[in-house]
Design a protein around this ligand. Structure first.
Ligand SMILES: Cc1cc2nc3c(=O)[nH]c(=O)nc-3n(C[C@H](O)[C@H](O)[C@H](O)COP(=O)(O)O)c2cc1C
Length: 374
């Protein structure tokens, strides 16, 4: 079995000694994670992504995680309507960087497991082991129905995903794989090269499954569970729950990652005013409504009441816990976040081009002083 130590020994950034690992989320898509019409210089172009990746590397961040998306969510912003493919995105970014970890987020039902294995392994080699898969099963019905087949029922999607992963895992280790499942069949299948890292035999695997089935799938196959935190108390409970599940049911160590929209400004007033501007004044509530409507029906991880309460959070950063304030306040909040036991956070910003340099210059040194990062 692949362990945390195998990845650590191989020098994979996701398993380094930093107590709170950091990444960015969604820069392959228009508006990334902020459902807003607020002005931004950020565009989901390869050039902007290279610029972001280089700044992250220089400041010692761990990873970039893209969003798997095939169509926008409507509203005046058509939120996420421009969305780069996450495999070719990761391959190209890996080729022009040397330290950062990249993920491809893949909708399992849209991709044959042999093709996925081959593409993932190829990027794993291009990046020299700085690569991973973020596994999603799909929840946005119009997006999944673009592929000409009805979307599977929620739990069936994870049963399908389980067969898919069983094939992928075997192809990473053996040749001549034959598999006959309820959903998938492969006959005498080969995939070479094998994964770059001979200790782990596979790239890093993450999944944001939040339902019972989703958490079991993650605990069985993945290295990290991604989840949103309503507050620190709920966050602490979630971290404990998934780690316990992985240990007791599957004898595995599971890490956790969350996601947070961040607004950091010289003064608290400036930060709060900007948060109010991009969320309350300029938020694309129509696109947000479209997302929440589908999620309520198709995903089991939230109650309708909670959706109402957290619509604002969706606009701010796709449901992540907002961190707003001066550099000192933001660093303090990240220390508190780390106190939940979470291993890392994907930070989302409205304008990465303008906000990331300020975060690196002013918040990063404070995180080092606080012992969260070396
Ligand atoms: C941090 C994070 C990232 C996610 N990224 C995507 C994505 O890129 N594409 C997608 O269709 N779903 C994405 N999801 C949705 C999850 O895959 C999952 O469906 C959701 O958390 C509900 O869990 P469940 O499937 O177990 O009900 C993401 C969720 C989280 C928390």
């Amino acid at each position: 079995m692949t362990t945390k130590d195998d990845f650590r020994e191989a020098g994979n950034p996701m398993f380094n000694d930093n107590k709170l690992k950091l990444g960015v989320f969604g820069t392959n898509c228009s508006n990334a994670c902020a459902i807003t019409l607020a002005e931004s210089t950020f565009e989901p172009t390869f050039e902007h992504n290279v610029k972001i990746a280089r700044q992250l590397e220089e400041a010692g961040w761990e990873c970039m995680v893209p969003i798997a998306r095939w169509r926008g969510f409507g509203g005046p912003s058509n939120f996420n309507g421009v969305n780069m493919d996450t495999f070719t995105w990761a391959a190209a970014l890996s080729a022009v960087t040397s330290k950062l970890q990249f993920f491809s987020t893949t909708h399992i039902p849209t991709l044959n497991p042999i093709v996925a294995t081959k593409m993932a392994t190829t990027i794993d080699h291009i990046s020299k082991g700085r690569y991973g898969l973020n596994l999603v099963t799909g929840w946005f019905t119009p997006e999944m129905e673009m592929f000409g087949v009805p979307m599977m029922e929620h739990d069936t999607r994870y049963e399908y995903a389980t067969e898919w992963m069983e094939i992928v895992e075997r192809l990473w280790k053996e040749n001549g794989v034959t598999f006959e499942g309820e959903f998938l069949r492969v006959k005498d299948a080969f995939s070479e090269p094998k994964p770059y890292n001979k200790q782990t035999n596979r790239p890093v695997m993450i999944c944001a499954g939040a339902s019972g089935k989703g958490m079991h799938f993650t605990a069985k196959f993945c290295d990290f569970n991604f989840g949103f935190m309503q507050d620190m108390e709920a966050g602490t409970a979630w971290v404990k729950k998934v780690k316990d599940l992985a240990r007791t049911e599957y004898g595995r160590e599971l890490g956790t990652f969350t996601s947070c929209p961040v607004v950091v400004r010289e003064t608290e007033k400036e930060a709060k005013d900007y948060y109010d501007y991009y969320v309350n004044q300029k938020g694309d509530w129509e696109a947000c409504e479209n997302i929440c409507e589908v999620l309520q029906v198709q995903s089991q991880n939230h109650s309708p009441e909670m959706y109402q309460k957290f619509k604002e959070r969706f606009i701010a950063g796709w449901g992540g816990f907002p961190i707003v304030g001066t550099p000192e306040q933001v660093a303090d909040k990240l220390v508190t976040l780390s106190g939940t036991g979470v291993d890392g956070a994907l930070l989302t910003m409205v304008d990465y081009n303008k906000e990331l340099p300020f975060f690196n210059e002013r918040v990063m040194p404070l995180l080092k002083q606080a012992g969260l990062r070396s």
